[in-house]
Design a protein around this ligand. Structure first.
Ligand code: HEC
Length: 453
């Protein structure tokens, strides 16, 4: 954590809450997007390979359409991927400020992997576009052009080959990198909610080979399946009236592929969710977390029945409902995870708040103006009749009372400026009629002097 201490400012009491909300919002953008990218990359590369091997254009079209629709637009990579995951990272760094754990270093690795994998997947998406542009060019140029021995044609063909090969390689690299990133991310989330393991887990392998990580990951992967299946049906059939020139044959393929992915994931998700809940350490559990967990289960059952009837009747009219239900499911699931995380880091949060208060106090003391005032002279003139440092006179000894203020100059200055009744063993202190600036100077002088003793 030492590296992070340098640039992560501890969140003050109010900011802790703000950071928690920021984290939830970042995850709300990032998780559905990552689910779609993960599902789309695996399904697309599967049909891409199958289509090339069998020379089936329908499969190739599906491979192209999935990655194009589900990756939304090149700008989505920043808005829904990189920026949210980086802000989630900083939120975690703040909340785990004092925690001695490798979580943050591992999460940094996951963040880098996410960003790199997204870059690969958008390249993959582009190679399809280039491919179809080249295809159209061929059509325009006509058959003759292809049989020509012209140098230019050769160039085009070479380019076509390079697009073709980077199409497979970028797709594969992207999907495996993304899968690795998701696995490590699932592991860091598991570790973050398990403070008992912070001290003992100090390398990647312990994160990778952990049941908690495995089931967190499986729950995430099955969620990705639901999201992807639902999103395909939504984007292909519902959004803006569905995609153009949808043929019966193509429609049947899309429904079958997306439906079965969503259905199987819908069956597996509640199962993995419950197992991963069983691995949640006791410190992270609470009635609230349990409640959210039950809500997630109920939503996933309702969702499952919708998906089932959609697949069974090959009817996509409820695509929008399914899509909305998926968003609700993800939202409640994130809230559940964050509630568990909040429970787990409760002690840590108290510590952070304390540190933050110290910082705040120091910052505030710096702004208290005391220049040009001789505190010692004021003491001799106005206070020494009633106060000494080591013994009580009319008023209590400073050495007894000043440490109570714990270095808070402003608070002590407020008292000196306008004394309130405090200790029943003493009469109230008469107001000495100091100016604000003089009271500040007295407070600072007293704190410095008592602090040094
Ligand atoms: C007439 C006597 C008298 C004078 C003069 C006086 N004080 Fe006090 N002071 C008291 C008494 C009595 C108390 C205890 C009040 C109580 O506990 O409610 C006290 C309490 C305090 C305390 C402790 C407050 C706490 O939180 O317990 C501080 C600090 C203090 N005085 C600072 C000063 C300073 C600085 C001056 C000079 C500018 C000063 N006093 C002048 C009588 C005096």
């Amino acid at each position: 954590m030492n590296v992070f201490d340098e640039f992560v400012i501890p969140a003050s009491a109010n900011h802790v809450l703000l950071v928690k909300y920021m984290l939830i919002i970042s995850l709300l953008l990032f998780i559905p997007y990552t689910c779609m990218m993960l599902g789309a990359s695996f399904i697309s590369t599967y049909y891409n390979k199958k289509g090339k091997n069998e020379g089936n254009n329908l499969y190739l079209r599906f491979a192209k359409d999935i990655i194009e629709k589900l990756s939304i637009a090149p700008s989505a990579e920043l808005a829904l991927g990189s920026i949210p995951v980086i802000s989630a990272f900083f939120a975690y760094a703040q909340l785990l400020y004092t925690a001695k754990t490798i979580t943050m270093s591992m999460m940094a690795l996951a963040v880098v992997l996410f960003i790199v994998s997204f870059v690969f997947l958008y390249k993959y998406r582009n190679t399809f576009r280039l491919g179809s542009v080249l295809h159209s060019l061929r059509k325009i140029a006509g058959k003759d052009a292809l049989e020509s021995t012209d140098e230019n044609v050769k160039h085009v063909e070479e380019f076509e080959e390079s697009v073709e090969s980077s199409n497979s390689s970028t797709g594969n690299a992207g999907k495996w990198l993304l899968l690795t990133a998701v696995y490590i991310f699932a592991g860091t989330m598991a570790l973050a909610s398990n403070p008992d393991r912070w001290a003992s887990v100090n390398n990647v392998l312990q994160i990778i080979f952990s049941m908690q990580t495995l089931f967190n990951f499986l729950a995430f992967a099955s969620l990705a399946g639901i999201v992807t299946g639902g999103a395909i049906i939504f984007y292909f059939f519902s959004w803006n009236g569905g995609i153009e020139d949808m043929t019966d044959e193509y429609s049947a393929l899309v429904k079958k592929a997306a439906g079965s992915v969503a259905l199987w994931s819908g069956i597996l998700f509640p199962l993995f969710l419950m197992i991963s809940y069983a691995y949640l350490p006791a410190v992270a559990q609470s009635p609230g977390v349990f409640f959210y967990m039950v809500v997630v289960l109920i939503i996933s059952l309702i969702l499952g029945s919708f998906i089932y009837s959609m697949v069974k009747n090959s009817d996509t009219s409820s695509a929008t409902t399914v899509f909305v239900l998926i968003i609700v499911l993800i939202t409640v699931n994130i809230i559940k995870d964050q509630a568990a995380f909040g429970n787990a880091i409760h002690e840590n949060t108290i510590e952070i708040t304390k540190i933050a208060e110290e910082h705040e106090k120091e910052a505030r003391n710096k702004t208290v103006s005391t220049t040009g005032i001789d505190a010692e002279a004021i003491f001799t003139q106005k206070c020494s009749a009633c106060h000494k440092f080591d013994v009580k006179v009319v008023g209590p000894a400073y050495n007894q009372t000043v440490p109570k203020y714990n270095g808070d100059v402003q608070k002590l200055a407020d008292y000196i400026f306008n004394p309130q009744k405090i200790d029943p063993a003493f009469p109230p202190m008469p107001n000495q009629g100091l100016k604000k600036k003089e009271a500040n100077a007295m407070a600072k002088w007293l704190i410095d002097k008592v602090g040094k003793k």
